[in-house]
Ligand binder design. Structure first.
Ligand code: SF4
Length: 196
């Protein structure tokens, strides 16, 4: 599995399949543990992510890490984080449908290798693509959907929480719901961590 993961990553890092290849600094493949039972998926890398080659860094990433830590989750210990598209859309615009279509194969292969039990979509782009076409984050955040044996939830993108802090209590409730779901269905995510 590790070899297949590394092979996939190497392929992705050299990808030229869509126009975003010409403006990126780095391909942002994903970060986390290869046997993660919980995967977080955002829409695409922003400026800091593009420069550093890691998803969810900068202010949004720091906020996400804080929410994760509150429910004993850590990108270096027990989860995996990636995006719908692996290269930064210029000026942080939404990724275009053809860019998502070009890139989605990498995400599909990542999920086939990691085989998570839970997927959390961070923001509208991931939730509408992976959970439900008309998904409305403000109305449907925190709801659970079972698709092909994987439990899925959509919640606020950290960048949206920085723009609109009024949604932070709702986002925190979503994390508590995630914590309950992990305790219910996951085998090893909380191994070795103090349960809060
Ligand atoms: S966004 Fe995806 S498909 Fe487009 S160049 Fe980057 S890795 Fe390739």
């Amino acid at each position: 599995m590790e070899n297949r993961y590394e092979e996939l990553k190497t392929r992705c890092l050299g990808c030229q399949k869509c126009g975003l290849a010409s403006t990126r600094h780095n391909v942002v493949f994903g970060v986390g543990v290869p046997n993660a039972e919980v995967v977080f998926i955002g829409e695409g890398p922003g400026e800091n992510e593009d420069l550093q080659g890691e998803p969810f860094v900068g202010r949004g990433g720091a906020l996400l890490d804080k929410y994760l830590a509150a429910v004993d989750l850590d990108r270096n210990k027990n989860i995996y984080i990636t995006n719908m598209v692996k290269c930064r859309p210029p000026q942080n615009r939404d990724p275009r449908p053809e860019e998502v279509a070009s890139c989605i194969g990498y995400l599909t292969e990542q999920m086939e290798l990691i085989r998570p039990k839970i997927i959390v979509c961070l923001g509208r782009i991931a939730a509408t693509a992976l959970i439900e076409k008309g998904f409305k984050v403000t109305k449907q955040h925190g709801q659970w959907f079972e698709k092909n044996g994987v439990w899925m939830m959509g919640t606020f993108h950290p960048a949206a929480l920085l723009r609109n802090p009024n949604n932070k209590p709702d986002a925190f409730e979503d994390m508590l719901s995630l914590q309950r779901k992990i305790r219910e269905i996951c085998d090893h995510t909380y191994d070795g961590t103090e349960l809060g």
